[in-house]
Design a protein around this ligand. Structure first.
Ligand code: URA
Length: 424
């Protein structure tokens, strides 16, 4: 095999063979033989020229095969997971995993930490005193068997090719490529060993894929990759035009998730969670009503068990920020815009997110939305409450919110949350 020929084929718009892909991914992920500059040239060629469906299936399979695949056959329950492409205030997993576990299924959710304006599920869970994201494979299997749900970090042996390639894409500005994103996400989910997967592909100002067309293309590509690998896969496309629920920030989002598990919480968060739950149950042919299950209180107990099994102690309470400041309405009228991405950046600047993989995050920092688009507000009332531990972060958070809030005399059209469903 010749790496130059592989790069040239993609650079000139051709398709790679299965053998070329297998050889490239194996040698790149093992390190040493293929230097970063050659892998970067290939990533850039893929960025510009895309991949044929068969090529992408082979690429994804080679990434899965670069590491281990979890064997969940001993869990004794059907397995199903959810993956979200991420957004601001997206705390759905914290409610959904115990909800689906309560229905008798096992949810092996291997999750990531946040980068940029969106928060990561592990960062949120780490706001709980004592909770650890790292579980041995044996502990994962035991917890899935006994409790039915895990939220944990993927171990180093899963998909090393993605870890190396993602780091390279990050510094060569080749992240935003649908084949590279789809193969990166799906290879991790396939390696997790789940039998079925529901994707929540976000679109709108706070999403990775801002335009609906791009979100739909990503969803279609991922559903096809999942089905080609033998994993039943469907995708919902949901709106990230404004914050999901009322808060963005680690401890704040845990607290809001517990509210939902206890029968309260914001309606938009409940709507998205129940829609995803319904799809997961249907994929596993379980005839239960997720709304009734949520109201039964069982998912709250399962959440407590999941947290304790991973060392967490909810009785210690959640940490709270040292400082709070409000952003107040400048007019009376309907809140016609509360820009999602800007709120995410404000939370990030307060300390809730990280700029680089190595950065630490604040468990307490974040933003609480006191109103949502469509609500009527009076001049001077707080619209946002900013939380942070460092007093000098507030000015730059407020700067991030410039132009993010609009108030008008007439009620705005509030777009639906559930936009589309993709299945084969
Ligand atoms: N998330 C991933 O896991 N991979 C990507 O390429 C982009 C987002």
């Amino acid at each position: 095999m010749d790496v130059i020929e592989i790069i040239q084929t993609k650079r000139d718009g051709g398709a790679l063979t299965g053998e070329q892909i297998e050889w490239f991914i194996k040698n790149f992920s093992e390190g040493g033989y293929i230097p970063d500059e050659q892998a970067a040239a290939l990533a850039m060629s893929i960025f510009f020229n895309g991949m044929e469906p068969e090529e992408l299936t082979n690429w994804t399979k080679a990434m899965v095969d670069s590491g281990v695949t979890l064997d969940l056959s001993d869990v004794g329950k059907k397995t199903v997971d959810k993956h979200s492409t991420g957004g601001v205030g997206d705390k759905v997993s914290l409610v959904l995993v115990p909800l689906i576990a309560s229905c008798g299924l096992a949810v092996p959710q291997l999750s990531g930490r946040g980068l940029g304006h969106g928060g990561g599920t592990l960062d949120k869970m780490e706001a709980i005193s004592g909770w650890t994201a790292s579980l041995s494979e044996e502990k994962m299997l035991t917890q899935l068997r006994e409790i039915g749900g895990i939220i944990a970090a993927a171990n180093e042996n899963i998909n090393p090719a993605d870890r190396r390639l993602y780091a390279l894409r990050d510094v060569t500005h080749t992240v935003d490529s649908i084949p590279l994103i789809a193969s990166s996400i799906m290879s991790k989910k396939i390696a997790e060993g789940t039998e079925a997967l529901v994707l929540d592909v976000k679109t709108g100002s706070g999403a990775f894929m801002v335009s609906f067309e791009q979100a739909r293309l990503l969803a279609e590509t991922m559903v096809e990759l999942g089905e080609n690998s033998g994993m039943r896969t469907v995708a919902l496309i949901t709106s990230m035009e404004t914050v999901l629920g009322n808060s963005a920030g680690n401890a704040l989002e845990v607290s809001e998730s517990i509210e939902v598990l206890e029968g309260g919480g914001p309606e938009d968060l409940i709507e998205v969670t129940l829609a995803l739950a319904q799809e997961m149950l249907e994929l596993c042919e379980v005839d239960l009503d997720p709304r009734e299950m949520l109201a039964s209180g069982k998912p709250r107990e399962v959440f407590e068990r999941m947290v304790s099994a991973q060392g967490g102690d909810l009785s210690k309470g959640l940490p709270v920020a040292k400082y709070k400041k409000t952003v107040d309405a400048l007019d009376t009228g309907y809140l016609s815009k509360l820009d999602c991405r800007s709120v995410g950046f404000a939370a990030w600047r307060l300390g809730a997110g990280r700029a680089k993989k190595e950065d630490s995050v604040s468990p307490t920092a974040g933003v609480v939305c006191m109103y949502k688009p469509g609500d009527y507000v009076n001049k001077g009332e707080p619209i946002l409450e900013l939380h942070g531990d460092e007093e000098d972060c507030f000015d730059s958070a407020i700067e991030a919110l410039e132009g993010a809030i609009e108030i008008s005399g007439s009620a705005p059209d509030v777009l639906p949350l559930l936009i589309d469903k993709i299945s084969i």
